[in-house]
Ligand binder design. Sequence first.
Ligand SMILES: Nc1nc2c(ncn2[C@@H]2O[C@H](COP(=O)(O)OP(=O)(O)O)[C@@H](O)[C@H]2O)c(=O)[nH]1
Ligand SMILES: [Mg+2]
Length: 328
Amino acid sequence: MQCTAGLVERMMTGDRHALSRLFSLIERDTKALSAVMKDVYPHVGKAYCVGVTGPPGAGKSTIVDGLIQLFRSDGVGVGVLAVDPSSPITGGAVLGDRIRMQRHSLDHGVFIRSLATRGIRGGLSRSARAAVRVLDAFGCDVVLVETAGVGQTELEIMKVADTVVVVFVPEAGDAIQALKAGLREIADVFVVNKGDREGADRAVAAIDEEVHDTRAGSWWRPPVLLTQAINGDGIPDLHRAIADHRAQSEKSSRLEDRRRERRRLEFTEALRESIESRIARIGLGSGRIGSILSRVERGEIDPYLAVASAMDDQEFISCLMRDFGDKP
Ligand SMILES: Nc1nc2c(ncn2[C@@H]2O[C@H](COP(=O)(O)OP(=O)(O)O)[C@@H](O)[C@H]2O)c(=O)[nH]1
Ligand SMILES: [Mg+2]
């Protein structure tokens, strides 16, 4: 893994080939990802991350495409990550995104990449976080992360994004349903896309009412915007709403609080994972820990008392602390 430092160095001089290689590494496995992070981390902290989430087909990629153009017209360097845990990298959705965004492919201020998250422990949030950092170090001012909302995965975007945009389509029933499922809390900006469709105004009103009830008196009241991404309608308003949210969160130190909380979560998650994987590696079948386990299995001691015994057992603890060569 010695090559990562050199790759990072080349990537930081604007070498896109090195950037692509780094992406392949962070997609490969957890160990490669950690090695890349070690070299990238000292160079991050400038990029602002915007998450765009919502159900498949809502128009997220079309919206992102419109946003790229607006950011570029301000001279902002843009990185785009399409994260889709449900479809493989060659799958239809991602391929479609690539084609749709192709018009940006000759622009050196834009880097678009789909991200495969399988094979990485910690899934979407860990790979996406790493990828955002790589793009940050590369020099992107803004990183747009598109995630297809499938169950819990859309909530994961919170762990990455500084501003979360949640996209709905006009079927108001669906929208309200999704709000109840937890999106209400994570959205900083709501978008009802496909404004050309029946019921769009009703959906906006319904979400607006819901937001009014739940965010009354809060430092930020998420706007509910109507867009028609297919012809660019409403995208400048969205661009402005993102900038407003950014300015407000920077001014009120909410951004720093949010990032601090994310780093804390990231550390504790990684720590837990590291301990879990060590337990899996050493196995619990032999030695004194093995006999404790057998007694638990036979129902002779309760599992919690057994944990306390294990934690007091020097042999077990020193096994856990052994050097597994898994450090980056
Ligand atoms: N009618 C209509 N179709 C749209 C609009 N925006 C996007 N679409 C279409 O909806 C489909 C899904 O869009 P896409 O951006 O790939 O959605 P994603 O899966 O959320 O990324 C595509 O065929 C788009 O052309 C819109 O405002 N109105
Ligand atoms: Mg898409």
